[in-house]
Structure formats: C-alpha cells, structure tokens
Ligand binder design. Structure first.
Ligand code: EPS
Length: 369
C-alpha cells in the first residue's frame, strides 16, 4: 500500500524521497518532519558534517493546502555541503574500508573510484527516510498509534533493565543526547564515546524501538511476505550498519522453556506479560511492540585498518575520511521512521487506503468492537 523510494548522494545537491500510497486528507505538519530531521542530526558522537547541515524538508508534491491529496508525496532535503564539494578536485579513493560497501559495490558496478559507492551507501540517505517516516508517523498518530525508541547500549555501556512502559522510557530518551533513558548509563555512554574518539575508533550499540496504541491484527499469518515481523525486520535491517534484530526478548526466549516464555491469557484477553514483544503469528496482538536492533561500529575510523590499495594491488591502510564516532542515537531515530513506514503500510492494508476520515472511522469502529 505504502511505498517509499529515496535517491541522492551524500554530497550531491539533495536527498529526495517519494512516498506513494498516502491516503488523502492527512493534515501535514512540516515542522514535525523537520523536528524528526533535527533529532536525527543531533546526538553525542556525531561528526563535523552535522555542523554544516541543517536539514529541512521541502515538500514538492502530493500536499495541497497543508493536506495530502492521495498523490505521491515528493520531498527533498538539500545537502548544504554540496557547495563545498562541487568545485573540489578529489583524487580517486582506491582503498576500500573493511565493513563498508566500498569494495563489494565497486566490484559489482565496475567502479574504480570508491567514492561513487560511498556517496550512495552513506547513512546521509537516512535523512530522506526520516522525512517519509515522519509523515507515516503523522498518519499513525491520527490513528492513536505512537512510536518511540531509546538507546540501550553504546559499546559496553549498557543500561539496566527497566520495567517502565514504552511511552515513559522513550519520553525520557528524548531528553538525552545519547538517547538513553537512564542518566547513569548515559554518562557511561558519553565517556565511552570520548574514549573511542581519543583512540581514533568508532562504536556501535543496541537500540530499542517501541510502538504502542496498536490494535491487534496488523500484518497476517496467512502468507510469508505479509507477516509483519518479517516486514519490520526487512525495513529495519536495511538501515546502514544495523546487523541484528529481535522482537521482544527473542534471544533470551530461545533458551527458556515454552511455559515460561508464552504470555498467558486471562479473562477479557488480558496478558500480564509481553515476552512476545507485541507480535504473534506475524500480527500485532494489541500489546506494545518491542524491537531490539544491533548496530555495528561505523567502518570509517581514524586508526587505520588493514586493507588493499586497488590502484596498486598492494597491502595498504585505510585512509581516514571524516565520520561520526558513534551514530547509534541517530540510527534510533531512523529506526523509528522505518518502523513507522511499515506500521502505516499495515494499517492501510487493514483499513483501506484512500481517505483518512474513512480509515479513522473504521479504526474507531474496530476499537469499539
Ligand atoms: C557518513 C560519513 C559522514 C557522516 C554521514 C555518513 O559524512 P561526511 O563524509 O560528509 O563527513 O556525517 O552522515 C551524514 C552526513 C548524515 O547526515 O547522517 C558515511 O560514510 O556513511
């Protein structure tokens, strides 16, 4: 129902995005899109590029008088750094960074200058995703569904488990420059980032994305490619540097017996636990959705890593290009955007996709039933 495409390179004129399938009549808050873009740019551990950019969306189509008209929504986020690079003579990059798209992309497309791969592989592209996700989030919000996230770990700084509901945890995370709801852990995360910066290194971490206010039955068990867990996994794993995912405490559940894993049901359909993470049979079950993501450390490091120089075929060390030390807090915002797109897609699939007021009526009817 909802399809999103992005185009653009990190140092090209702009990132662009088309969101196809948004229903007509949704009130579009462009400032709220910019607020998500601002969140994505902020966070302790970001590099110098973020001082150059001030991301703001330009709505180019699909919105009239502040409302969607059912047509594809076209959005653009200009790259301010474009002006600094377009006249610059840059020698070709020939030393692939291990862990980056550089080498595989060059082999695949027959490219000699690795920059041509890196420019599109760059996580700068996620500014476009966040613009689209912000719009999906506005549709979900009209339907009473909210999405948030928090950073659970950076390097070895890991927050203790907290039993708070998702809105509380994600709300506290909004106030933290590392996106962590636990201030003692947030301090350890900042210290870990400082240590990595001094060592010329980079850090990954884990992110929790949550959604609440969900009705049961988004997604379906009837066909493999319509199962919502699989759709979420695909969208979230497509975020640059995300390498692992679990729904609920899936890896812990794998080592416990079934009678201690499955959430017992009580009168009125009440569950007292949510070890399924809000997902049963590839569908939402009405409980909050919990998704945990693992992000690898960024492959661009000041301290060189062994590689080859493709120009000479000789052993070489990676050359440093400007980068973030840690982008886990930014990736959490991107993860919210991708989850919002998948959930909005599933919502439109369930309730029909032409007009917001009809969708909302159907949801209200369903929620009363
Ligand atoms: C990135 C490298 C850095 C990051 C960039 C992702 O960019 P630059 O090479 O211009 O310094 O800042 O992320 C962003 C620009 C962004 O807005 O998120 C990379 O190699 O992936």
């Amino acid at each position: 129902m909802l399809r999103m495409f992005t185009a653009g390179e990190s140092h090209g004129p702009a990132l662009v995005c088309i969101l196809e399938g948004m229903p007509a009549g949704l009130l579009v808050d462009a400032n709220a899109i910019d607020e998500q873009l601002r969140r994505r740019q902020s966070g302790y551990g970001r590099g110098a590029r973020q001082q150059i950019e001030t991301d703001r969306v330009r709505l180019l189509g699909g919105v009239f008088d502040g409302r969607t008209i059912g047509a594809p929504v076209a959005m653009m986020v200009p790259n301010r750094d474009y002006e600094n690079w377009r006249e610059r003579e840059v020698p070709p990059w020939t030393r692939p960074r291990p862990g980056h798209a550089d080498l595989a992309g060059a082999l695949k497309y027959g490219i000699e200058d690795l920059r041509l791969v890196a420019e599109r592989a760059s996580a700068r592209e996620t500014a476009a995703r966040v613009s689209a996700g912000a719009l999906a989030r506005q549709l979900l919000s009209a339907a009473g569904i909210a999405i948030g996230s928090y950073v659970e770990s950076i390097g070895t700084a890991h927050m203790p488990e907290q039993a708070d509901p998702p809105d509380r945890l994600c709300g506290r995370a909004l106030l933290s420059d590392v996106g962590c709801p636990d201030e003692a852990t947030a301090q350890a995360m900042r210290a870990a980032i400082d240590t990595a910066r001094e060592a010329g290194d980079s850090l990954g971490g884990t992110i929790v994305v949550a959604a609440w206010g969900l009705m049961p039955g988004l997604g379906t068990h009837v066909q493999w490619d319509r199962r919502l867990d699989g759709r979420l996994a695909q969208a979230l794993m497509s975020i640059q540097a995300i390498k692992g995912i679990e729904i609920g405490p899936a890896f812990a559940n794998a080592s416990a017996p079934g009678t201690r894993v499955h959430d017992a049901l009580y009168s009125g359909g009440i569950r007292k636990t949510n070890r399924a993470g809000g997902m049963e049979g590839g569908m939402t079950n009405g409980e909050p959705l919990w998704i945990r993501l693992a992000m690898k450390p960024i492959p661009t490091t000041i301290t060189p890593i062994d590689t080859i120089d493709r120009a000479t075929g000789e052993a070489a060390a990676t050359q440093y290009q400007r980068s973030d030390v840690c982008a886990v807090p930014a990736a959490a915002v991107v993860a919210e955007a991708m989850a919002a797109l998948v959930l909005a897609d599933a919502l439109l699939e369930r309730y029909g996709g032409d007009r917001v007021e009809i969708i909302l009526e159907r949801i209200a009817h369903d929620r009363k039933a």
